[in-house]
Ligand binder design. Sequence first.
Ligand code: SF4
Length: 516
Amino acid sequence: LKLWVPRDSAALALGADAVADALQAECARRGVALELVRNGSRGLLWLEPLVEWAGPQGRMAFGPMEVAEVPSLVDALLHDRPHPLALGLTDAMPYLAQQERLTFARVGLTDPLSTEDYLAHGGLQGLRRALALSAAEVVQEVLHSGLRGRGGAAFPAGIKWRTVATAEAAQKYVVCNADEGDSGTFSDRMVMEGDPFMLIEGLCIAALAVGATQGVIYTRSEYPHAVATLRQAIARTQEQGWLGEDVLGSGRSFHLEVRVGAGSYVCGEETAMLESIEGRRGVVRAKPPLPALQGLFGQPTLIHNVISLASVPLILARGADFYRAYGVGRSLGTLPFQLAGNVRHGGLVEKAFGLTLRQLVFDFGGGTRSGRPVKAIQVGGPLGAYVPESQWDVPLDYEAYAALGATVGHGGVVVHDDSADLAGLARHAMAFCALESCGKCTPCRIGSTRGVEVIDRLVAARDTQVQQQQEVLLRELCDTMQQASLCAMGSMTPYPVLSALNHYPDDFGLRSAASA
Ligand code: SF4
């Protein structure tokens, strides 16, 4: 028998190791030879642990698997009998079949730590092509692809690459921001655990293009499996000569290491992350200078999040025109959306930009897990706006969402049913900011604490005049935070607060607005 049991954190949390052990014990008991591959997750998280079997027609899925079901599963597979947890051909499952998996094409298919598996599934094609081009041609390819930073800021990647590439310095760095701290997001983790060689290949291409010889992947202590997988993957690529003094025999060098932060949210801000890597407290730096010119240890530094870098091997392997054929407007390519919160079918959905929130949450997500109506959907992490039903048909692209006063961010989608209290969630946004603020600038450090107080007074007020005063105060406070904060922590906290206030005024005890 050939079986796959994921080693992804989500699957492990749901008992994947116990299922793998039980499968091995059951096969040993029956004297059946078992080839067990520990793959990444396919991203259908409500079905984890999702066991796959190499059947005559292809990989067949079974899930969510429990230890108690293992003997009957082995029995069914050996005697060609149906099983109650059978889900059919994995690739034919609508949740997967309707996706456009470019970056996630290999995640869940392969053994994340098998270099043979990686090569057998198109690995290194991007790096080999990059080595055949000049550095300027590689930068041009990324520029032409339309790739924008997938961490949330959506800055054109190629422009950043060109800035670092043309900077004069004896030492340059590439830093991967893998400090995925947004609530409801997990695409970076899934890549690190499910296809780490792709990230390493992307980093290598970026480093060679901009002239960097040293790279750092900065991730968080809450991701122990990702850290362990990355470290093993780096060791294997060094053994294979994909990294080190002589990358694939090119005579070019690139060294890579993993750094683990302690989980401060603001260390996901690029300059606070640099401070942390340099061994200091994660406090945001004022810009300019841009990190592209003076970043890590004061040297030119290319910083990207995991998904941005993981998109690069495919862009080089298939060409920029292939990649930019996906998406809409200036939002080109695909985004791995992450469905979380009160949703029936939570998981990873990679699609080209341009689909709608309604398609994501209902066609893929199947509505709420509670079965109650959806009330609000927060898009783009804890600093993203709550999107009301009137906006669920707006195409998901950076510009369309900016026009709504919302953000696509890192593609995190958190669903709330009609029991959610949006005033409480707005208060939580301010409290979160107060807790996570690095303290460098006043609008964020003081404003967030005042914001909690103002929301408390607004919700407690029974007098219309007091309500109006507090609402005006809250809006002015949000305006100050947006305009005057040094980084996105303070300037974006008003997104969830104002969207809650504008679209769900009833929850604050205010008069209803037509917009909700
Ligand atoms: Fe620090 Fe907040 Fe100011 Fe950002 S906005 S620099 S997190 S105090």
